[in-house]
Design a protein around this ligand. Structure first.
Ligand SMILES: C[S@@+](CC[C@H](N)C(=O)[O-])C[C@H]1O[C@@H](n2cnc3c(N)ncnc32)[C@H](O)[C@@H]1O
Length: 229
């Protein structure tokens, strides 16, 4: 029987999708097996991966701020991918590519171990009800999994408006091996200098909520063993 996440993914891939024609969109058939990222971006710049990019406003700002990074923005929300592509096309951001997929499935197939320069997760679905908390994307197991795809010295950025989610992630990170806290001695901050604001961050801030930022970096020993298929 399908579990809830399988069902969401099934719906995402089975409903009639508006085709995406942008040259910055990586069509599903191009990400079935490990792609040649150097060939796709046309250079060997560091690869940065954003999970759940939504409409891509943050991704576009990051790609503009870091022209020497190859920025890969992923979401399984088709309209979000379309909007992200439109932004990137309009701004002529040649260092930004967009993928429509489920994060974990995509990483297993398409991200080489120990290859990512940074991972970005902004305002992931909070699953506010207590009985739904286990559906949250970010937990110790997931961060351990991410670590296998990150280079030594790679950045992990997490941001949420949801107090309980922010405190959970901030509280669990010090116990994980292979990461050092860039914000130490703080476990989290409500401002992160130089870090752009996403659509959801702006929405929550307009409602008077504060953002919880968590920023860690992999240690020199980290990387390579994600245990994924
Ligand atoms: C609350 S929105 C935040 C969007 C954006 N990061 C922002 O801050 O404006 C969460 C996004 O994550 C995407 N998402 C959640 N889980 C995902 C997964 N496992 N794989 C891919 N996308 C995912 C959703 O489709 C949604 O667009």
């Amino acid at each position: 029987m399908l579990n809830y996440n399988d069902f969401k993914l099934y719906k995402a891939v089975s409903v009639k999708l508006i085709p995406i024609t942008s040259p910055r969109f990586l069509p599903p058939e191009s990400v079935v097996v490990m792609p040649d990222w150097q060939q796709i971006f046309g250079n060997a710049n560091p690869l940065v991966f954003e999970i759940g990019c939504g409409v891509g406003d943050f991704a576009a700002q990051m790609a503009r701020l870091h022209p020497h990074w190859n920025y890969l923005a992923l979401d399984y929300y088709n309209k979000g991918c379309i909007k992200t592509c439109k932004r990137a096309d309009k701004a002529g951001l040649d260092n930004l590519r967009v993928v429509r997929d489920e994060a974990r499935s995509f990483m297993d197939r398409c991200i080489p171990p120990a290859s990512l320069r940074a991972v970005v997760i902004n305002c992931p679905d909070p699953w506010p009800k207590l009985r739904h908390r286990k559906r949250r994307l970010v937990n110790a197991e997931f961060v351990g999994y991410l670590a296998g795809f990150m280079q030594p010295g790679a950045d992990l950025y997490f941001a949420t408006d949801f107090v309980d989610y922010g405190l959970d992630v901030a509280g669990m990170m010090p116990d994980l091996t292979g990461f050092e806290n860039v914000l130490a001695p703080d476990l989290f901050r409500h401002d992160l200098e130089g870090y752009p604001l996403s659509k959801y961050m702006l929405k929550f801030m307009a409602e008077g909520k504060r953002i919880y930022y968590v920023h860690y970096r992999t240690t020199p020993q980290t990387g390579g063993d994600h245990g994924g298929s």
